[in-house]
Design a protein around this ligand. Structure first.
Ligand code: AMP
Length: 218
């Protein structure tokens, strides 16, 4: 059965690392709206230019813009068996939008849809954000404290340069948390009421969280 997995959790809760790993494990595409939007910005598309003004402030990009990007992506052939969706939906409006998009794509096909919530205390998160680095070439995620690269500034996997995301500073991080608590956190109850929510404790090593994640995606 087609597996549609979406992921909820505050910024820097570790979703990116775990969902990348899960996508490889389940052989499903990893779709991450933050990266899709950053690619639009890099390519200087019209959507990218609009998105940039919101991302730079830690705000959500307009609903229609993200929906059109997501719909295009979920309609691709590699999503036929399912997908790992990271960073979407991020508001009730987007959750409803996703249901419409999924229905349009799936028709009457039965699917296994689950929302997986990474639960983690906020105090750990700001420190994770300011220490986060990622490879400009392959996207691998590092942390200066908990997961440093073997050679500082260089990706272990591909030798690419490690960079800090522009919105990973303390001021913008705070705005992203506010956005998360106002807009995204209500989705936890939304999916709970639909009996689609699975919660995992996201406090632990990468391996510990991975074991917990495998339990809820079986
Ligand atoms: P992320 O890489 O998931 O932390 O996303 C970085 C930024 O991209 C967010 O702070 C938002 O400005 C924007 N963004 C990512 N996903 C969405 C979404 N589903 N809806 C609106 N904006 C988004």
């Amino acid at each position: 059965m087609k597996k549609e997995l979406i992921f909820l959790g505050p910024p820097a809760c570790g979703k990116g690392t775990q969902t990348n790993k899960l996508a490889q494990y389940l052989n499903l595409p990893h779709i991450d709206t933050g990266s899709l939007l950053r690619a639009e910005i890099k390519n200087e598309t019209e959507n990218g230019m609009i998105a940039k003004t919101f991302i730079d402030k830690g705000n959500l990009v307009p609903v229609e813009l993200v929906a059109s990007i997501i719909k295009d992506r979920l309609s691709k052939d590699d999503c036929k068996e399912g997908y790992i969706l990271d960073g979407y939906p991020r508001s009730l409006e987007q959750a409803e939008m996703l249901e419409v998009i999924n229905k349009e794509i799936n028709g009457s096909e039965e699917v296994d849809f689950r929302a997986i919530y990474f639960e983690l205390d906020q105090s750990v998160l700001v420190s994770r954000i300011v220490n986060r680095r990622s490879c400009a070439k392959c996207g691998e995620i590092y942390n200066l404290k908990s997961k440093p690269a073997k050679v500082e500034g260089i990706c272990d996997k591909c030798g690419g340069e490690l960079v800090q995301r522009k919105d990973d500073n303390e001021e913008i991080a705070k705005a992203r948390f506010e956005t998360y608590f106002h807009e995204t956190a209500p989705l936890i109850d939304y999916y709970k009421s639909k009996l689609k929510l699975r919660t995992i404790n996201a406090d632990g090593t990468i391996d510990e969280v991975w074991e917990r994640l495998l339990e809820v995606v079986k």
